[in-house]
Design a protein around this ligand. Sequence first.
Ligand code: 1CP
Length: 341
Amino acid sequence: MNDTFLRACRGEPTPFTPVWLMRQAGRYLPAYQAVRGTTDFLTLCKTPELAVEVTLQPVDILGVDAAILFSDILIPLEPMGVGLAFHEGRGPVLDPPVRTEDQVRSLRGIDPERDVPFVLETIRRLRRELAGRVPLIGFSGAPFTLATYLVEGGTSRGFLHTKRMMFEAPEVFEELMRRITDVTVAYLRAQAAAGAQAIQVFDTWAGILSPGDYRAHALPHARRVMEALADTGVPRIYFVHDGGHLLEDIRTAGADVVGLDWRTDISAALQRLGADAVVQGNLDPCALFLPEDRLRERVRGILEEGRRARGHVFNLGHGVLPEIPPEKAKLVVDLVHELSA
Ligand code: 1CP
């Protein structure tokens, strides 16, 4: 029974600093590639037996202190009425892109038990299989990040269509955000009810906004997600990628844990979040290319900064890269445990 991750999220003392890695299941692991070699990505997400298998791989191989449900932030968008496909090498495609008021008004709400039963079944099976070994994290995209995928129709560089709708038709954008937020709330509450013991909300693209636009168009919806989870009792982690300029506002979203990327040092972030903050992060994913002795010093430095927070969960500042040798990922986990004990 290893509940150090949940204790750290609550700001309670732990015998060592817990660690997990964003995108800890994925292509850098040969065991994942073996499963993906015979199954396309969406089928993998929708088949509980396989999703359970790849969720458990990093727990067994790396010895991380939390498992994260294997799925994708885009999964709940499909039952809203948009086509979803993952093309090899090209990333996700949402078709048709949602750009008009009529399209926004035709987006449906979801009933998670009916529309994404495979996610809830994966969570139930994982809780049985893990049997308390480590806690299970559920997740979703944040409303703003999900909106960018719906409006752009996939990934984007400049987010022209999203910002255009935001500025040109703010009431349509607001209605879009309201519908996505309703779906996100239903989706995350269902995950918690099925057995997710913590929730991470990924705001991968909110960093493209100025502080004022973030406060006007993204933050209120992220806050509504956090508030809607309050009575579940599960710790809520809010990760905004490239959000260093937004930290004071991010704090007001009401998450229990603030995820940090590597662009802001933890000690500098704490000055802006307040020393009573609980933080998660924040090793540069590329630092895993460092030789062992220099990687050790980086990990030691982050752990020292993390001690100034009320609680610290060690993580990367973004997802594990496919180019990382699995032994290096395991080394990071081992170093965190050794140097924080
Ligand atoms: O080919 C493959 O095997 C698919 C690659 C892949 C994987 C392994 C995708 C496509 N998604 C995932 C799994 C995934 N995605 C998890 C699993 C759990 C774990 O962490 O181990 C999680 C939490 C996500 C979340 C996710 N999906 C985010 C937020 C986190 C982040 O990286 O910023 C985002 C933005 C996505 C969209 C997405 N899905 C897949 C890709 C390649 C992308 C990014 C596309 C883009 O750049 O816009």
